[in-house]
Design a protein. Sequence first.
Length: 282
Amino acid sequence: MKQQIIRQIQNHIFNHPENVHPLTKKKFYEIPDVFIADASDKIFEKFRKVVSPEHMTPEEAFELAYGKNSFKGGSVIVSVSPIHETVRISNRKCKDMASKEWALGRGHGDEVFHKNRFKEIVTQIHEMGYRAVAPWLSEGFRVFRTDTFSSNWSERHIAYAAGAGTFGLNDSFITEKGACVRIISIVTDILMEPDTRTDKNHTANCLFKSKGLCGACIKRCPVKAIDDSGHDKMKCALFVYGEGSKKFAAEVGGIEKTGSGCGLCQTGVPCEYRNPTQQTGS
Ligand code: B12
Ligand code: SF4
Ligand code: SF4
């Protein structure tokens, strides 16, 4: 069953006829890597401390969709879609804001194509006779913008639980295919063999955090939202969600509401497309 689910997700994303970037005419996303966590793993309770007290466990997310006492065990499927190199490379050259290709990928790729495909994957799991919910795409999902940014379902933390990677100095989630990835998870009652977490700690894949080297993302940020002590989410958010970003997205044919994104700290850096502590990848 695990291999069937993995192949189904990979095929649905990669080979979908709409997996085509409007400007580059290449793919939005490469073949996703799919990881599995045990939905009852105790690490999910820890996320109430490191993410927010409202952060849901997989059981809570499942029961929000299917009702109290409906959860009898299951798995969390985590899909990590690498962004096509044409988009990554275009963003490397930028210094002040995202490239046109990145801006279109943010709107038509992340918000439209990626989210729609995962709604369809949830439906496919239902058709196989199982229950499934993608918490980020559900009505219960919340982003908190109080003194700092947080949410009640952080895809990066869920991906960490499934052994997909670790965090960087700039908060980016760094996988074996780097930080230029998009993550979505699904809680299901299908029981599958979980993947194991092998990293020493939650920042092992970052050169700065693990070896005191690099810091390239600090120089890449156009609004100085990153320094030796980490990432200022408010400064970042004002830029990423700001009027300039929305205007630029609209000008280049992207989606005004979602803005252009930025991702300069994820491109032109050693963790862009590989785990920089392993020196592999292409
Ligand atoms: C709110 C939000 C934002 C906010 C806040 C980001 C943030 N750091 O939280 C703002 C507007 C700043 C933002 C910006 C961007 N975002 Co955003 N955003 C989100 C969203 C909706 C929720 C994030 C969330 O819940 N954060 C929770 C907080 C607590 O996380 P955190 O502060 O990073 O966590 C730290 C602590 O927990 C700490 N920690 C301390 N102790 C411990 C112990 C353990 C065991 C662990 C695991 C961790 C831990 O480690 C973390 C890193 O320091 C997610 C989608 C989702 N549902 O997850 C996308 C998401 C995080 N964004 C994404 C992207 C791509 C972007 C942008 C590049 C914009 C763009 N698209 O062009 C920038 C990049 C900014 C950056 N350098 O990370 C991707 C991330 C991909 C990746 N490889 O990291 C996501 C996952 C969307 C997706 N589905 O793929 N985003
Ligand atoms: S650019 Fe360097 S310091 Fe910044 S997150 Fe990547 S590996 Fe860490
Ligand atoms: S996404 Fe852009 S604004 Fe936010 S930290 Fe990275 S480089 Fe800075």
